[in-house]
Design a protein around this ligand. Structure first.
Ligand code: HEM
Length: 506
């Protein structure tokens, strides 16, 4: 079934991960609305420059839509929508997670100890109202668009304030924006790496209505009973469309025009303890029966250098073979090799352990493996836990032996139901593991491991192989939350209604 989406009505960041389109730089801005009327005028001004999801330079398109040098997108917290004076009946229709916001969901998210809200960047001390993003192809375009936004703030006559309070690279704690950027190698070339050295940004769900589906759906859509892949239902990622349960998402506020073609975004600033990660990997690799790189791959589910899935290249020897085939492959085949896999021939976790980031976060039908008659598709349960990932690394690592400084990932997850999708992954699959029959073993990289009870995981082996399973002990907290909140990304229609004060739920 194909489905046409109105790409001119959907904000571009929902459909496109800008980083994959060579937008190497980004700034995230947060604002407070001081006056409803002036705030709505500000929204009207920004809406004129909001980047939609329309395809760029589509062959034969008339008029041709040029790829912009900079993009602009906007989203609101619940308190922001309240400050914009949306009718109470509309506000009441938003889900509880979104109303509460991220800080109040800390027990669900495991944001404790160093990740607790009291340790977040200053900007999160009070709830923000507006999130804006600028992604740009170069720094010049980024600054030009940023200056334009600042002009709109000034023109609002005090209606909105650009908030300060972000930690920066040079130790500042009061920056008016969060900067983010792809990482560069020593020769200055852009890379798809994050600060622990892993290759990131490979897998992202493919859903009905997106373009070029056939080429991208392998390993990224939903797994069907015959082993093929199909796009996920649009309603997992966009409100007002039918979801995997063949229902309209219940998290949509009224009226329909406010919700349709919008979605929810989870924004999290995740600090990476690079020094601790490097020491931990060195220490654990001393007793691991394999190379240090193989152990690093067991943590993530992908090899660090090129993202090879460990389930397809489970040890050093098979990785060398995989690399040869990868180098010889053309662009499309390379993409397929990176994404088109399941855990069906590794149901005991001997190749990709149950604790690996990739397997925990997208089990690809392996949790329901062998269940043949209960569900339409083998991954029916995890098809409801998928998220679109947007975002980029931030900061730079000045000393790879130290944790302090300002470096990590600006993580943004888009989904229609924060509780069912993002929060479930974070709570049940990252910080708990009953679904994987691993009790309360937390995921290695992201678990909220506690210094007084350091984490452990088991790296499984093939049953009957005669080999003992390997235990990874003393896992420290490798990633810490430094702030974030939950946002609603409205459609262009909804932005115009909000700006005109014409949201009418009656
Ligand atoms: C500093 C924090 C994080 C790091 C270093 C990290 C790293 C990675 C890496 C290296 C990959 C493999 C590349 C790829 O498949 O695209 C990946 C994939 C993924 N990550 Fe993360 N990640 C982080 C945080 C998170 C969080 C908080 C979530 C969700 C709660 C998440 C969800 C995902 C998903 C859904 C995938 C794709 C899985 C698949 O489709 O097979 N990540 N991550």
């Amino acid at each position: 079934m194909t489905k046409d989406l109105d790409l001119t009505d959907i904000q571009g960041n929902i459909i496109k991960a800008y980083g994959a389109y060579n937008y190497q730089k980004a700034r995230y801005l947060f604002l407070r609305i001081n006056n409803g009327d002036k705030g709505r005028k500000f929204v009207a001004a920004i809406t004129t420059k909001v980047t939609t999801a329309i395809s760029w330079n589509k062959s034969g398109a008339s008029p041709a839509v040029e790829k912009p040098m900079a993009t602009t997108n906007i989203a609101f917290t619940y308190v922001g929508l309240k400050a914009l004076e949306l009718p109470t009946a509309s506000l009441r229709g938003f889900p509880e997670d979104f109303m509460m916001g991220m800080a109040k969901r800390k027990d669900i998210l495991g944001d404790d100890g160093p990740s607790a809200p009291e340790n977040w960047d200053n900007i999160w001390k009070e709830r923000v109202h507006i999130w804006m993003s600028i992604n740009a192809q170069n720094m010049e375009a980024l600054i030009e668009r940023y200056n334009w936004v600042v002009e709109q703030v000034e023109a609002s006559g005090g209606g909105v304030t650009l908030l300060t309070g972000h930690r920066g690279d040079a130790g500042e704690d009061d920056l008016p924006y969060q900067e983010a950027s792809v990482l560069y190698d020593e020769a200055g070339n852009s890379t798809p790496k994050e600060h622990f050295g892993y290759t990131d940004g490979i897998g992202d769900p493919v859903f009905e209505g997106q373009t070029n589906i056939a080429a991208r759906v392998l390993g990224r859509g939903k797994l069907m009973r015959d082993g093929s892949w199909a796009p996920l239902a649009t309603g997992e990622f966009l409100l007002g469309h039918v979801d995997e349960a063949m229902e309209y998402p219940k998290t949509a506020p009224s009226p329909t025009l406010l919700a349709r073609n919008g979605t929810y975004m989870v924004y999290r600033k995740l600090h990476e303890n690079v020094g601790t990660f490097n020491r931990f990997l060195d220490e654990q690799s001393k007793s691991f029966p394999g190379s240090k790189e193989m152990l690093a791959a067991k943590f993530a589910g992908r090899w660090r250098d090129n993202g090879a899935p460990i389930v397809k290249a489970p040890d050093d020897a098979s990785k060398a073979e995989w690399d040869k085939a990868f180098e010889a492959a053309d662009f499309a085949e390379k993409k397929r090799m990176l994404t088109d896999f399941t855990y069906n021939d590794d149901i005991h976790g001997a190749k990709c352990p149950y604790s690996a980031h990739l397997r925990r976060i997208n089990p690809r039908g392996s949790l329901e493996y062998g269940v043949t008659n209960a569900y339409e598709t083998p991954g029916a349960l995890d098809d409801r836990r998928r998220i679109l990932r947007r975002g980029l690394p931030y900061g730079s690592v000045k000393d790879a032996t130290r944790d302090d400084g300002n470096h990590g990932i600006i993580f943004m997850a888009l989904n229609v139901d924060i509780q069912r999708q993002f929060e479930f992954i974070q709570q049940q699959w990252i910080n708990y593991a009953n679904d994987f029959k691993e009790g309360n073993d937390k995921e290695v990289l992201l678990g909220n491991h506690d210094a007084s009870h350091p984490g452990k995981v088991v790296l499984q082996v093939e049953p009957g192989s005669g080999k003992p399973p390997h235990f990874v002990n003393n896992i420290p907290r490798l990633v810490e939350t430094r702030g974030g909140d939950y946002f609603f990304i409205p459609s262009i229609t909804a932005l115009k209604l909000i700006a005109a004060g014409m949201v009418d739920p009656t």
